[in-house]
Design a protein around this ligand. Structure first.
Ligand code: NAD
Length: 285
């Protein structure tokens, strides 16, 4: 089996590499530059950042330092909660472009469904129609947010980036998204290193069986489900390990074994946590 990174196609025909590098919490410039260098070397072309990660400029510099042409890279950024609104989103988008040192994004997402996301989406629709963004989507949207957005705007989001891992597989939201051709993207695909997910006996047993690590088994489980994954690591050996998941596949029986890890409990923030949404919608002075 080859080990090429697979592509997934959005409803508008644009493709996204099914594996990318998430750069949340990567703030140390030297560490981030080196992580990007290693990632590019082993074949990553897709990078997931956000204004709030405060590393768009460093990511932009790291990508420029390589000889890889912009058109083969896939760059995602996100509009933060205090930048919601029509004019605010346009300004936030331009600021992200400037920091990244590019004149378009491959994917722009609404980071969380905080107040005024409809006006935010309308600005994104315009930027998309003008060719400044190749695909537009959302993150942390529940079914009720998606229904509301679809009822009040023109373009159906092409992707929804949501917490997803074997302990929280998001089956209900996932089924709704499939009905509307909304691609499923997982954040925290490895469970963010929390709750001993990667030492669960089922995963260790499968790791042994396939000659892979538990992290690779989990990432492959996402790949088999057609999910886009953006595991985060600054450790070169792990960046390589997480990339090495396209040369094997899991049997249906083994996928079913992983499904037994479903607890229905999130490891991280709830999309309807109003206190969080309100607090983070206030622009710092
Ligand atoms: P993750 O599941 O990718 O876990 C990252 C952690 O897992 C690392 O810090 C490391 O401790 C561990 N890890 C990585 N590779 C490993 C390996 N091979 N073996 C063992 N441990 C390993 O969690 P994440 O960083 O929260 O999510 C990934 C990306 O998703 C982020 O970097 C960010 O781009 C995005 N994200 C988006 C949102 C959102 O609200 N949209 C929220 C969180 C993260």
């Amino acid at each position: 089996m080859e080990n090429e990174i697979n592509n997934i196609t959005f409803s508008n025909g644009v493709t996204i590499p099914q594996l990318g590098l998430g750069v949340f919490k990567m703030k140390d410039e030297k560490e981030l530059m080196e992580a990007i260098r290693v990632a590019l070397e082993v074949g990553y072309r897709h990078f997931d950042t956000a204004m709030i990660y405060e590393n768009e400029a460093t990511l932009g510099r790291a990508l420029k330092a390589s000889s890889i042409p912009r058109e083969v890279l896939f760059l995602t950024s996100k509009v933060w909660n205090y930048d919601h609104g029509y004019e605010e989103t346009k300004a936030a988008f331009q600021a992200s472009l400037d920091r990244l040192g590019t004149d378009y994004l491959d994917l722009y997402l609404i980071h969380w469904a905080s107040a005024n996301y409809i006006e935010t989406w309308k600005a994104m629709e315009e930027l998309y129609t003008a060719g400044k963004i190749k695909a537009i989507g959302v993150s942390n949207f529940q079914i009720h947010h998606l229904e509301d957005l679809m009822a009040h705007t023109e373009i159906i989001p092409m992707i929804n980036q949501i917490e997803t891992h074997p302990a929280f597989p998001q089956d209900e939201l996932r089924a709704f998204m499939a009905q509307h051709a909304i691609i499923h993207e997982a954040w925290g695909p490895l469970g963010q290193g929390k709750n001993d997910l990667l030492t669960q006996p089922v995963l260790l047993e499968l790791a042994e069986k396939y000659g892979k690590t538990a992290a690779q088994i989990v990432l492959r489980w996402h790949i088999e489900r057609g999910i886009v994954v953006i595991p985060k690591s600054v450790t070169p050996s792990r960046i390589r390990e997480n990339r090495d998941i396209f040369d094997f596949s899991l049997s249906t029986v083994d996928m079913d074994k992983i499904a037994t890890l479903n607890t229905g409990a999130r490891y991280s923030g709830h999309p309807d946590d109003q206190e969080f949404l309100t607090r983070t919608s206030i622009r710092p002075s």
